[in-house]
Design a protein around this ligand. Structure first.
Ligand SMILES: *Cc1c(COP(=O)(O)O)cnc(C)c1O
Length: 460
């Protein structure tokens, strides 16, 4: 498979280069040149298979030509052996038509592990082949950083630098990142919000000399492999509920639009998905965009679902590219508008296409609290605030097909918010029981490119 940039100004690349490159040289994101399409029989043949088996079949077309099938199979097996549930991502029923897909049984208790565990193995493979090393630079709203640090902990070819917004992540999230004791892991607490962290990471990638000198590699969801790995659980859960002979719908707690974009990809591959519902907290730029056709940045508000406290959803660009007839110049127009005036309009035709597949809703803090309490009462299930944002939207969405809400984090990652809503203090699993006794290490830095680049160079 070959990959093209969403901004029409970077070279086509193969899978291996896409993994290492992350952000395209023109500032765009890489997407597959064409969407692979599976027949109904092919989807049907996946029934009864394991997560790892389905993962191989769904992802194979994206990797094709880059590595032998057996190598890829082994990576997948290793990646998902790190999960504590035998189903990897169990599906539970909450109500007549409501289902919960638990994506948080990986080592750092958030869905980011699903993709990161595989990406780390892919990255190591690609670096090995290129005989080079890399500085992984990642921005995190809380969960990506921990997942990346855990996934890359055995990698000999990488150092990991993570930027998180200072005092805006939960203490469990922060401690997961800052207590590793590893001399190849560096945490930067940035005096700013997540968007500032993400902007700095993009600026470092755009800074050609720095990027080359430091061998930068990216593991944010700008990296295609993240999206690719997330397509798999849409397939396993839909198949479990009767696809391809029955349609299903998904509601996804959304921040950077990576997770829900993976659902869109599987739909392009022929899996019958009815609705993809974007759920946001009060940082509702995507909900407003769907309703008005205008993408407009306002301020970021801190909520109990910090991993969704985002204004600029990077992966939305991949969708804009696809619904704009894959016209990179049109994407450049929209992204220039965003850069210059903090807003752009989506043209009528792409907007109509977008609205055929996606709907949206937002949830405020009171509703999050209520739904955590109510879900515990009616189904005995304790959910985290991100899942609660989505489940609240899912319940307000009329759906004839089964509605699957993606449950993106373990409640113990957000103990204070969960306790305030439910009265229960969720316990961390045994492998993290001493998290609050470990020594932390992080550097507080100003929101300034020179300061951050200086710190990274110094750590080499
Ligand atoms: C990252 C994250 C999200 C948002 O996912 P995107 O792919 O950025 O839209 C939602 N919930 C949790 C717990 C997360 O860590």
């Amino acid at each position: 498979m070959q990959y093209v940039s969403t901004r029409a100004g970077a070279p086509e690349l193969g899978f291996e280069d896409v993994i290492i490159t992350g952000l395209a040289a023109d500032g765009g994101l890489y997407v597959p040149k064409t969407w692979p399409e599976f027949s109904k029989e092919k989807w049907r043949s996946m029934r009864g298979k394991t997560y790892a088996e389905i993962a191989f079949e769904v992802m194979e077309p994206f990797v094709e030509g880059a590595m032998p099938g057996d190598t890829f199979k082994k990576m997948i097996d290793d990646a998902y052996a790190s999960f504590s549930h035998r189903a990897v991502v169990p599906l539970t029923q909450l109500d007549a038509n409501q289902w919960l897909l638990e994506l948080y049984h990986g080592p750092t208790l958030a869905f980011k592990d699903v993709a990161m565990q595989l990406l780390a193995r892919l990255m190591d493979w690609a670096l090995e082949r290129a005989d080079r090393s890399a500085s992984i630079v990642a921005a995190t709203s809380g969960d990506t950083g921990g997942a990346a640090i855990e996934a890359f902990k055995n990698s000999q070819r990488t150092k990991v630098f993570v930027l998180h917004p200072h005092e805006r992540v939960s203490s469990v999230q922060r401690r997961q990142m800052t207590t590793t004791g590893s001399d190849r892991v560096f945490n930067i607490a940035l005096e700013g919000n997540f968007d500032d962290c993400q902007d700095l990471v993009k600026a470092m990638f755009a800074h050609e000399t720095f990027r080359t000198e430091q061998n930068l590699a990216g593991v944010n969801s700008i990296n295609w492999a993240r999206i690719m790995a997330q397509t798999v659980y849409y397939a396993t859960s839909a198949i479990a509920l009767g696809a391809p002979d029955r349609s299903v719908s998904f509601t996804v707690p959304t921040g950077n639009f990576g997770d829900i974009f993976a659902g869109y990809v599987v739909k392009q591959m022929g899996l019958p998905i009815d609705q993809l519902v974007i759920a946001t907290n009060s940082n509702d730029i995507l909900d407003r965009t769907l309703k008005t056709g205008r993408y407009e940045i306002t301020g970021v508000e801190a909520t109990t679902s910090p991993s969704m406290d985002i204004q600029v959803s990077s992966n939305f660009e991949r969708l804009l590219f696809d619904v704009s007839n894959r016209n990179g110049n049109e994407v450049v127009r929209m992204m220039s508008g965003l850069k210059q005036s903090g807003a752009f309009e989506i043209a009528a035709e792409p907007l109509a296409i977008l609205r055929k597949t996606f709907t949206s809703g937002r949830t405020d803090e009171d509703a999050v609290k209520n739904i955590i309490a109510d879900t515990l009462k009616t189904s005995g299930k304790l959910i985290d605030p991100h899942t609660a944002v989505a489940y609240s939207v899912a319940r307000q969405t009329a759906s004839e097909s089964p509605m699957i809400t993606l449950s993106t984090a373990h409640p113990a990652k957000f103990p204070d918010a969960v306790q305030a809503a439910s009265g229960i203090h969720p316990q961390l699993p045994p492998h993290m029981a001493d998290l609050f006794d470990r020594t932390e290490k992080f550097e507080v830095l100003p929101n300034d490119l020179t300061a951050v680049e200086g710190f990274i160079s110094k750590c080499q």
